[in-house]
Design a protein around this ligand. Structure first.
Ligand code: SAM
Length: 294
């Protein structure tokens, strides 16, 4: 039987979603039921209930996040960048369709404006209808602005308007995934992001996996290093991905290694941020950890 990534196959009386972990590695999830599926102009969208994980958003056959474990990815993506900035008021999120990244950003009481730009309205509408546990009403927060647009185009418009942000969070599909997000991992795009960041701005991006996709990951890392003075990598095991997801944190002036656990805990407390996983000790461990490369 030929099984391709993103395929749903029947084995015995089980419906399995086969997810691509690496070029030649698949992981199968037992599907209990499919709640929604549709083809948007950009990707194939599915919301399914899978054994052991609860509901999950699946794009082009790749699980983006699951009900039971999404906090691991979203807290690890958002809070290192947010605590690295001393007073994040304006935040830009590229991607983040489920609304969980937006939810985590809004936990910081310093935030006055959080703009989430996702290219696919059908993903956002599916999230509003099926993924309440992810966004938890973040879309309706008065500080939120949800823009349906290509992130590349939105950033071009910010450049023209001279609009600046304190923190930019890239929660896009993988750099080796669908074409629709690939251009946003380029050197020139990171340079444009630097231009719309405030003088002490901070950038973080999810960057897929440095073990299974070492070549693509290295390219993204080099592109960021060519633009930003301070760059740190970290990785967090994300159960529904089947690997440790890489993140790259960058800043013009703030050195991530200068922030200690007690500084992070103080900022979280001052800002009223409650988390399941992230705290100062977790931050220090992330920043110090060695990266596993393919
Ligand atoms: N957690 C996921 C991961 O680690 O792969 C990413 C989550 S989120 C669902 C990815 C989002 O990026 C999707 O909603 C997709 O529509 C959006 N996206 C992809 N390309 C984009 C682009 N060029 N501009 C804006 N959003 C984009």
């Amino acid at each position: 039987m030929c099984v391709n990534p993103g395929m749903a196959v029947i084995i015995g009386n089980e419906l399995l979603l086969m997810e691509s972990v690496g070029h030649n590695v698949l992981m199968g999830f037992k599907v209990k039921r499919v709640l929604y599926q549709a083809k948007s102009p950009y990707q194939y969208i599915m919301v399914a209930e899978i054994e052991d994980f609860g509901k999950a958003l699946v794009l082009d056959g790749l699980i983006q996040s699951s009900e039971r474990t999404e906090y691991i990815y979203h807290e690890s993506l958002v809070h290192p960048a947010m605590v690295l900035h001393p007073n994040p008021r304006r935040v830009l999120i590229l991607g983040g369709g489920e609304g969980a990244t937006l939810r985590e950003v809004l936990k910081h009481k310093t935030v006055e404006k959080a703009v989430m730009v996702d290219i696919d309205e059908m993903v956002v509408e599916a999230a509003k209808k099926y993924l309440q546990e992810w966004h938890q009403g973040a879309f309706d927060d008065p500080r939120s602005e949800v823009v349906i647009e290509d992130g590349m185009k939105y950033v071009e418009e910010c450049l023209k308007r001279g609009e600046k942000f304190d923190v930019i969070i890239m929660d896009l599909t993988d750099p080796y995934g669908p074409e629709v997000s690939k251009g946003l991992y380029s050197r020139e795009f990171f340079s444009k992001l630097s231009s719309i960041l405030s003088d002490d701005g901070v950038l973080v991006t999810q960057a897929g996996n440095s073990f299974f996709y070492r070549d693509v990951y290295d390219m993204v890392l080099e592109n960021i290093r060519s633009v930003f003075k301070h760059v740190e990598e970290y990785m967090v095991w994300v159960p529904e991905f089947g690997y440790a997801n890489n993140f790259i944190l960058a800043s013009k002036v703030h050195d991530p290694r200068s922030l200690k656990a007690e500084d992070v805990n103080a900022r979280l407390q001052e800002r009223g941020v409650k988390t399941k996983l992230f705290n100062g000790e977790y931050y220090e461990a992330l920043i110090k950890m060695p990266i596993i490369r393919g």
